[in-house]
Design a protein around this ligand. Structure first.
Ligand code: FMN
Length: 363
């Protein structure tokens, strides 16, 4: 018998979404696809990017286009980052290990979720050379939070990403009665120091500490010994306050429209945050990035990198490591083509690099 033919990566991410839905279980699909409420914010995220129209520059030497950059000093082959998303084993048996290998193979940064179905140590072992950050929430049980931050430092992660968007406080119509992950799932990153792992994700969600404030950000740095990135910032004044309290960078995010329907689209608030931060720190953005043109738009608006959530899960669902890598390659190739078309040979900031001048906003 001949070996199975390799899967062909679909021509667009929209085709990938359709293909992934066919192979994912209905429960997994409901979980990854949905947004909060009537999903206005989820849709607005993607639409808002398309209102920024590119003004191409011609007759620039784009014989070689370089998409490499650095993120908090770590070199990466692409500004496309894998956003933290929970439970990769929901869509593929190899789960986060496959995602980590895909990222490493593409030289891309992988932000591992606190609610991963693989321990952060096993993710690190699956792709020891891959650049990786560890995402976490502040839990009411600070000992548990501290234990994970310390583990991230010990396991060779390069930064801690603190999500501050109250990711659990929401109703998601498509989930009906609620999320019920398969019973054999374990959450090894949620364990207290004296437990091997945890099986109840929902308990974690109700453990989120609602009293957390800017003053607590420094704890993550102390516990882990790593720079702290704050994810979920949607305003300039908050971005400045994060930096004043020791954050190394901020990520503009509304959690992919999954928390509160009615939040602004991230593309619409990115300029305010970039303005407020100035040269003080790197700014990242996620939400509705669905093409290399979106990546270039974000970069022109001042984001150092974009994070991509659902599309990576579509790739993982369709074809494991190869599918997730396919998403990173697809977006990076489209970015390089868009840069060439717009007269940018590199992503370097400055008069010849992508900036607001390359865009016009259309209502
Ligand atoms: C299925 C799913 C699970 C997620 N889990 C987490 C998580 O554990 N921690 C977190 O900070 N963000 C989480 N997010 C939000 C993503 O990090 C990211 O902000 C969002 O997916 C970006 O939007 P996009 O899916 O349109 O690319 C999750 C998003 C999805 C779709």
């Amino acid at each position: 018998m001949s070996p199975p033919a390799p899967r062909v990566f679909p021509p667009t991410l929209a085709d990938l979404e359709t293909a992934a839905q066919r192979v994912a279980s209905p429960a997994a699909w409901a979980y990854l696809a949905h947004g909060a409420g009537a999903e206005h914010t989820m849709r607005a995220n993607a639409e808002a990017w398309t209102r920024w129209h590119l003004r191409p520059r011609v007759l620039r030497d784009v014989g070689t286009v370089d998409v490499t950059t650095t993120l908090l000093g770590t070199p990466v082959a692409t500004p496309v980052v894998i956003a933290p998303t929970a439970m990769h084993r929901f869509v593929h048996d190899e789960g986060e290990r496959a995602t980590a290998r895909a990222a490493a193979r593409c030289g891309a940064l992988y932000v591992v979720s606190m609610a991963a179905t693989t321990s952060i140590e096993d993710v690190a072992a699956a792709a020891p050379d891959g650049p990786r950050w560890a995402q976490m929430y502040m839990l009411r049980d600070r000992g548990r939070t501290r234990a994970l931050a310390e583990r991230a430092g010990a396991a060779g992660y390069h930064a801690v990403v603190v999500s501050v968007d109250g990711g659990a406080v929401h109703r998601r119509a498509r989930l009906g009665a609620g999320l019920v992950p398969p019973g054999d799932f374990r959450f090894p990153n949620l364990a207290a120091p004296d437990e091997a792992d945890r099986s109840d994700l929902m308990a974690m969600a109700s453990d989120f500490d609602p009293t957390v404030t800017f003053a607590d950000l420094a704890r993550f740095g102390e516990w882990s010994g790593l720079p702290v990135v704050v994810k979920g910032v949607m305003r300039g004044d908050d971005a400045r306050a994060c930096l004043d309290h020791g954050a190394a960078a901020v990520a503009v995010s509304n959690h992919g429209g999954r928390t509160l329907d009615g939040l602004a689209a991230t593309a619409d608030v990115l300029p305010e945050v970039v303005d407020a931060v100035g040269d003080r720190a790197e700014v990242y953005v996620d939400g509705g990035i669905r093409s290399g043109v979106d990546v270039l738009r974000a970069r022109c608006l001042g984001a150092r990198a974009v994070m991509v959530g659902r599309p990576v899960l579509w790739g993982l669902a369709l074809d494991g490591e190869a599918g997730a890598a396919g998403v990173l390659e697809h977006l990076t190739e489209e970015l390089a083509r868009a840069m060439a078309m717009c007269g940018f040979a590199t992503l370097a900031p400055g008069p010849d690099g992508p900036g607001p001048d390359a865009l016009r906003h259309h209502a």
